[in-house]
Design a binder for this molecule. Structure first.
Ligand SMILES: *Cc1c(COP(=O)(O)O)cnc(C)c1O
Length: 395
């Protein structure tokens, strides 16, 4: 049996008629740029997440760019983030001229470690004579970007407390985590609503996937919304008058129409992903594999969707990882490596000066992790085939 890492066709099939009707309606309207579909999807996403506002953007990457531009983050600035994330998180910082400052991850969750953040802020950062908080390399520290990797929220309470103490806004890269919940001050909160601003990606393979690129910025304070709306249309508030410079970062009306059909199913899809994860855990235990591989750690007890398993990433011995992947491929089982390098190891970031060993937990994760099929429509026989292939590798 072959098992794909992801099969989007299975999700599309039952929604086909609904989606085609909504797409057809947009085609008939010939209104493709912003408009009612985008506004409705923004409001539905805002309500779903419990955010104060939501602004549709053309991708997760453009959403992050617009956030950085809205806050005036640029040359001379530095922003703290994780070295173990999709490239865009740090790439956007460099694109606006700011410096990514990495702090290591918690090996259990792959998420930015509050302790490493605290070390960075207390030991490495310093205040200059004017009281400005500076990175070790001299740039002004402007923000902290925790990434809710693979669909699980970071440990937000200590991150938010440190951010408040040091006067830095928290910007959440929630690209992989729409609908992921955690408790904050005893209240259930969703990814993308806990910091000053956050963003989601609707790249087709994300948990809520468009039929192309799309993204969203969310936040608590609607005062941010007008600037973000202006930035997505070249900084234009009144037509053809520009007080500042933005870009073409608009969410497409066709994508919004498609995403509006899919959003009501998102919670059920997350529940199905969680059921797959629970079944894997039980099956790996049954097969005696838990001393050979580490299944995802699930924190955030006390909420309904503590992990939405955008990816189901296990860890194995670094020396065996690539052979395991080859074995799975030969057995027809899809897998992927998220991500083969920590960001300070990427060629384009060598100039930042990161050395091997600087972020040991991120480096180890890059060598030991492997993602297995977890998509909501995965069937029990397919799950069994994945477990069998792993058991054969270790037998
Ligand atoms: C997917 C992703 C992005 C980028 O989103 P796009 O919509 O592809 O631009 C950014 N950060 C993380 C962590 C992601 O997973």
């Amino acid at each position: 049996m072959t098992v794909p890492l992801l099969d989007l066709k299975r999700q599309y099939a039952p929604l086909r008629a609904q989606i085609q009707a909504r797409v057809q309606a947009v085609l008939d309207s010939q209104a493709f740029i912003l408009g009612p579909e985008v506004e409705a999807f923004e409001e539905e996403t805002r309500a779903f997440c419990g955010a104060g506002f939501a602004v549709g953007l053309s991708s997760g990457t453009d959403a992050q760019l617009a956030v950085l531009m809205a806050l005036g983050i640029g040359p001379g600035d530095a922003v703290i983030t994780s070295p173990y994330t999709f490239f865009a998180t740090a790439g956007c910082l460099s694109r606006v001229g700011a410096r990514p400052v990495f702090v290591d991850i918690d090996p259990a969750t792959f998420n930015l470690a509050p302790q490493a953040l605290e070390d960075c802020l207390r030991r490495l950062a310093r205040r200059d004579a004017a009281g400005v908080l500076r990175a070790p390399t001299g740039e002004r520290l402007r923000a902290i970007i925790p990434v809710h990797l693979f669909g699980q929220c970071c440990d937000m309470a200590p991150i938010l407390a440190l951010a408040a103490e040091f006067g830095l806004p928290v910007l959440e890269d929630a690209s992989q985590a729409i609908g992921a919940e955690c408790l904050l001050d005893g209240q259930t909160r969703q990814a993308g609503t806990m910091g000053a601003l956050g963003w989601f990606s609707f790249f087709p393979s994300k948990n809520l996937g468009a039929f192309g690129d799309a993204g969203m910025v969310t936040g608590a304070d609607p005062a941010h919304a007008p600037m973000l709306r202006a930035l997505r249309t070249h900084g234009m508030e009144t037509q053809y008058y520009h007080r500042f410079i933005g870009g073409n970062f608009r969410l497409d009306a066709l994508q919004a129409a498609i995403l509006r059909v899919k959003l009501p199913y998102l919670s059920a899809w997350s529940t199905a992903r969680r059921a797959n994860a629970a079944a894997y855990r039980a099956a790996f235990a049954q097969a005696g594999l838990l001393d050979r591989l580490t299944v995802p750690h699930e924190g955030h007890a006390g909420v309904g969707q503590p992990h939405i398993y955008h990816q189901y990433v296990i860890r194995v011995a670094a020396a065996e990882r690539d052979a395991l992947r080859a074995h799975l491929t030969a057995a027809g089982i899809g897998s992927a490596i998220y991500y083969p390098l920590a960001l300070h190891e990427q060629e384009c970031f060598r100039s930042l000066g990161g050395q091997p060993g600087d972020f040991p937990h991120a480096e180890a994760a890059a060598r030991e992790s492997i993602a297995l099929p977890i998509f909501p429509e995965l069937t029990p026989p397919e799950r069994d085939a994945v477990v069998d292939a792993l058991a054969r590798f270790y037998s």
